[in-house]
Structures are given as C-alpha cells and as structure tokens.
Design a protein around this ligand. Structure first.
Ligand code: HSE
Length: 438
C-alpha cells in the first residue's frame, strides 16, 4: 500500500523531532499502521534555518497554506503553536478534507469546539494527544482506557517549566528568575513564559482534560488560573516542615454543584507519589469510580517526547483513514450530541483546605484575634506554626493550615485579618489538597 502523505506545519523542535522519529522507527511504525507514513510537504518560517532533522524527500515551502491545500497531503500536522494563523490553517485543512494532528493546546482549549464541529461535518479526525503533557498518553488513557469510569477528579502537574522552578527553589534555594531563565534556555518554556508561570499553559491543558474526563464542551474562559510568582522560598520551606510539597496543579473535579476547573499552587502531602514528581517532568492523577486512583508520569515537553505523541496520533489517524466516520472515537470522548451542560463553578464556591501565611506583630492577643476571625466563619485550624522573629525584627511569620472550607469564607477571613492593626502585610494563601480517594 502507498505511504500516507503528511503535510507538516513547523520544522522546529517538535517538527524536527517528529521527522526524526518517523525516519528512525519507520519499520516499526509501518508494522503498526499497516502502511508507511511519509512527510511529503513541509512549511517552515525560515527555509534556510539550521534543522535537527533531514529534509530530503520533502517539498519545503514558507507558505503553510500551500501545505494544507496540497491535494497529495492526507494528514496535516500542525506544530506552529499559538492561536492564529494555526486556527485558520487547521480549519482550512479540514475544509480540504484533511485529517489533522496538532500539539497546540492553546488552539484546542480556545477553539476546539469550533474545530471539532467542522471536523465532524467533514468526516475527518483532529487528533491532539501531544497537546497535553507531551509524551504522556493521557488523552488516550482518559478517552479510551478509562471509558468505563465516572471520572471523579483529575489533578496534574502539566507545566514542566513551573514544576522545574518550584523544584529548584526547594532543592537548591534558587531564585525564581534565575530558574526561569534556565528553563527558557533548555527550550521548555513557552514563547511567552508568562503562560508558564501564570498558569495559562496549564489551564489550556486542564481545559482539555476536563472536557474529556466529564464530557463537557471546552470552556477555557471559565478556568480559574493562578500562577506561581507569589510563592516564596519561605513558603516552600514552611510547607516542607508541615509535611507538604508545593506543586502547581491543575485540578478538575466533579461535585454536586458542577465542575471545578482550577490551576493554582497547591500544598500536597509529601507522601503522595505526585508530590515527588520533580524537575520538568509531568504527571496526571485520575480518580475513576471503578478503577480508583491511576497515575500517569513522563516528559511533558521536548522534541522526541512530544514527537512520540504526535507520531502515535499519526499512526492512529492512518489506521482510521478508511473507517466509518460515525464509528470513530469521539474527539471529546463522549458523543458530540451527548456533551453535558454542567456549570463550571466560580472559585469562591469551591471548597479546599488552606495554608495561610501571616506576618504578625509579636504582641499578646494577635493570635487570639486571628483565631476569632476564623472561628466566626466556621473555619477550623488544622495546624499552626509560629516562627521566631528574624534578628532585629518585630514581626513574626505565622503559618496556619485550615480544614476544608468554602473559598468565599476564607476570602472574608483574609480581608478581616488584613484589617487588624497587628497584621503587617497581605496574607499569603495557598490551597491544600489531600489528593486522597475522596
Ligand atoms: N511550556 C510547556 C511546559 C511546554 O513547560 O510544560 C509543553 O507544553
């Protein structure tokens, strides 16, 4: 059988890795897909830029629209990233009857509903395993491997740059900016690194995971997104003293009121496996009602780990080229006409436990005032840690762990605590999640 012709948009890190994996593993890939997979046409912004892969045997162009309109191309692989022109290119490819493979999490999180509707109307597939957690096959696991389950919650370390920064701060006491610069040099960070450290990249990925877990339309705009820039080395050390690690987690949880969809720094018990996922590695913990907790771990970025997911999608799309479009695995795991209209909860309606760090004047009655404010709102303290004042200082850090409570109550308590004369600085609040079987 003739090989499948691939049109590749982007010949950078992931594009180059994809070509290399296709070439190196060609025989195995052929045995799996039933035919060869050949990059016949590729678009790159700079035709004479240095490459990590050979380009023999492929036509090269700097016009990506020439690739998506090429009648000889069967599958378009979009690896240019960003919203536009990626959206326009993918829709154009679909309009030309091409199947699409993409690693573009921003595109799927924001425009996936439109793109999947267009693909369904044309009877083509849009595959996006590489969009979430790089080389970890979490889309496949959630969409197919766990299809028997009601997924209760998903919690993931899904941004390698953020995890690398928090790990280096804990292990080596390094500064935030210094570690971020290294992540940029290593090629892990997004083109705009605020996407990493402000949680936007993780929110893109979480939005996709939540849709597949719960069968809901993609709703990136409703995700609560908080970055790691306010986490200090002291917070990392205090958390450690209390038996916790701080991780930047994406959490999607189904409860009686709706769906929680939130990205924020989180204290998790250090005994959990996911608390020990360090450096640029990613991990996703999924709780299914039948299977219980399952954990998926691996490289979340990088040329060949991401190419691993892209090529797996290429193999799958190659296999389904001749299948009945009505009988394929749905894009969002659930049949498009069976997506649920579940509300995404605002963050003040979410319940969590909390780590609160106060800077208090070292005088009698301060803690009594704080305790009263918490008690008045039904907030119970789980642990309290008061540090000695630094030499010459009169303010002392006080760390309180609360029991689980509605976020709105904690907002109100923080406002009241900050209004006390004895409190010298804004209160730092970090959510705490046990990530146990509930
Ligand atoms: N900037 C992303 C990360 C790359 O650090 O995880 C992979 O999506």
């Amino acid at each position: 059988m003739n090989p499948v012709n691939v049109g590749l948009l982007g010949l950078g890190t992931v594009g180059g890795g994809t070509v290399n994996v296709l070439l190196r593993n060609a025989a195995e890939i052929n045995r799996r897909a039933g035919r060869g997979i050949h990059v016949s046409h590729a678009a790159a912004r700079h035709l004479d830029a240095p490459r990590i892969c050979p380009t023999d045997g492929m036509r090269l162009t700097d016009d990506p629209f020439a690739v998506v309109r090429d009648p000889d191309v069967d599958i378009v692989v979009e690896l240019i990233g960003g919203y536009e022109p990626a959206r326009e290119l993918v829709l154009e490819a679909i309009a030309h009857g091409k199947h699409v493979v993409t690693a573009n999490k921003a595109l799927i999180a924001l425009h996936g509903n439109e793109i999947f509707a267009a693909a369904q109307a044309q009877g083509v597939v849009v595959a996006f395993e590489a969009a979430v957690a790089g080389g970890i096959p979490i889309i496949k696991a959630l969409r197919e491997g766990l299809a028997a389950n009601q997924v209760q919650w998903v919690a993931g370390i899904i941004n390698g740059t953020g995890n690398f920064i928090l790990t280096e701060m804990r292990d080596k006491g390094r500064d935030f900016a210094d570690v971020l610069a290294e992540a940029q040099e290593l090629g892990y960070a997004e083109a705009d690194p605020t996407f990493d450290v402000e949680g936007i990249d993780a929110a893109h990925k979480l939005t996709i995971l939540a849709s597949i877990a719960f069968g809901i339309p993609l709703q990136f705009d409703s995700a609560y997104t908080e970055g790691i820039t306010h986490v200090t080395r002291d917070d990392v050390a205090y958390a450690e003293e209390l038996g916790y690690r701080i991780k930047h987690l994406g959490i999607a949880r189904r409860n009686d009121q709706g769906i929680e969809l939130r990205v924020h720094p989180t204290l998790i018990p250090e005994r959990r496996l996911i608390a020990n996922v360090d450096g640029v590695m990613n991990a996703v913990l999924v709780m299914g009602d039948a299977v219980g907790p399952t954990l998926y771990y691996g490289a979340g970025a990088g040329a060949e780990p991401t190419a691993s997911a892209v090529v797996a999608d290429l193999i799958e799309v190659t296999r389904v080229l001749t299948s009945d479009p009505e009988n394929r695995v749905p894009h969002l795991a659930f049949q498009p006409d069976a997506l649920a209209d579940l509300a995404i909860l605002p963050i003040d309606a979410v319940s969590s436990a909390y780590y609160l760090r106060l800077l208090a004047k070292d005088k009698p009655g301060t803690l009594a005032d704080v305790s009263r404010i918490l008690a008045d709102r039904g907030i119970s303290m789980e642990a309290i840690l008061q540090k000695e004042p630094a030499a010459g200082a009169t303010d002392v850090p006080v760390i309180i762990l609360t029991q689980r409570v509605r976020e709105g109550e904690v907002d109100s308590a923080i406002t009241a605590i900050e209004a006390l004369d004895s409190i010298s600085a804004p209160v730092t609040r970090i959510r705490v999640e046990p990530l146990d079987a509930h």
